[in-house]
Design a protein around this ligand. Structure first.
Ligand code: NAP
Length: 306
């Protein structure tokens, strides 16, 4: 069972974190991930490998923070001498109103996954979107901005960040599909107003997907379908072809139904591990203002996966 701290541990100066040791040497925790649940998070393995490689003499811990504890936990970060924290489910949206400054991208993505404490003030960022763009470049050897894209599940946190990133990157054609189509429509309006880019909202109905799939290069699954082994694919059979690239943001382990469809159709496909890696590396760069030791983090992430 991995070590999980609680929000109360951050109170009164976070003494428990200041006194932590590693390999017999003082190694205070000054970075964390807040979530609920949080025991499953691989972020400590990813970041502790980087912190150790660069000899920062500090560590990164999991802290279980319930929704009603988020405000106080964020307020306690500075006094506990933390450099920042990552945020995961269910805090990414709620944190928007709890930090003092928000990057323009995070505001448009309506989610914060990285908080940096600077001069005692909380600054919010979103590295999921840029992490996705870096993952596409690494996995497929192309710039995101050169691709025509269909995002499945654009109404969720990851889907919204990915869709905004596609607009920022200048993708020539973007379809955003969502089960609740109204959310895709609202997102498309927000992007048009803020960035002046046209994004086409569609439903997940097979006919709408078929038409979109006929004119895109990249399909991104940002629904949770695939997290459970028994999950169906978000796409009907026979819609993918060998020219498609598939980025399945699910990274929980085995091959998903959607990935099997890609294999059968000859499409190139990858799971979401590279996005997880790059969003972490970008968070490191926000905290330390230096390039992240990417290969060290990649190795640690691979080792942390079942
Ligand atoms: P979320 O906020 O709960 O969003 C879920 C999205 O999927 C919504 O658009 C929702 O549509 C749709 N959806 C949910 N169940 C569905 C179903 N049965 N059929 C069709 N659509 C469905 O979740 P999230 O945090 O964005 O995570 C989504 C996925 O991204 C997960 O698989 C997660 O593991 C992955 N993710 C990966 C990374 C990475 O670094 N690789 C980072 C973050 C998330 P409605 O709007 O209609 O409800």
């Amino acid at each position: 069972m991995p070590t999980v701290y609680c929000a109360e541990d951050l109170a009164q100066g976070g003494g428990i974190f200041r006194g932590l040791m590693l390999d017999g040497k003082p190694c205070p925790a000054r970075l964390s991930v807040f979530g609920d649940p949080i025991a499953h998070s691989k972020s400590p393995q990813l970041h502790n490998a980087a912190l150790s490689k660069r000899e920062h003499g500090l560590q990164y811990v999991r802290i279980r923070v319930a929704p009603e504890e988020l405000q106080q936990a964020l307020e306690n970060l500075a006094e506990a001498d933390f450099l920042g924290t990552n945020l995961t489910i269910p805090h990414k949206q709620a944190a928007l109103s709890l930090v003092e400054a928000i990057s323009p991208e995070a505001r448009l993505m309506q989610a914060i996954n990285t908080v940096a404490v600077r001069d005692g003030k909380l600054h919010g960022f979103n590295t999921d979107g840029p992490g996705f763009a870096a993952a596409i470049h690494e996995e497929f050897g192309v710039e995101l901005g050169s691709l025509r894209v269909l995002i499945l599940g654009g109404g969720g946190g990851a889907g919204r960040a990915i869709t905004v990133q596609c607009a920022i990157a200048g993708c020539p054609l973007v379809f955003v599909a969502n089960r609740t189509v109204e959310k895709a429509e609202l997102l498309s309006e927000d992007i048009e107003q803020s960035l002046g880019k046209v994004i086409t909202p569609i439903s997940l109905a097979p006919e709408a997907l078929k038409n979109a799939l006929a004119c895109v290069d990249l399909i991104v699954n940002a629904t949770p379908l695939g997290m459970k082994e028994s999950d169906p694919s978000p796409l009907s059979e026979g819609l993918l072809n060998k020219n498609h690239l598939l980025y399945d943001s699910v990274y929980s382990g085995g091959e998903t139904s959607l990935q099997r469809q890609a294999l059968q159709s000859g499409a190139r496909y990858v799971n979401g591990l590279s996005m997880l890696l790059h969003q972490g590396a970008l968070a490191y760069e926000i905290w330390f203002n230096e390039p992240a030791p990417l290969e060290t983090m990649r190795k640690a992430l691979k080792m942390a996966m079942p």
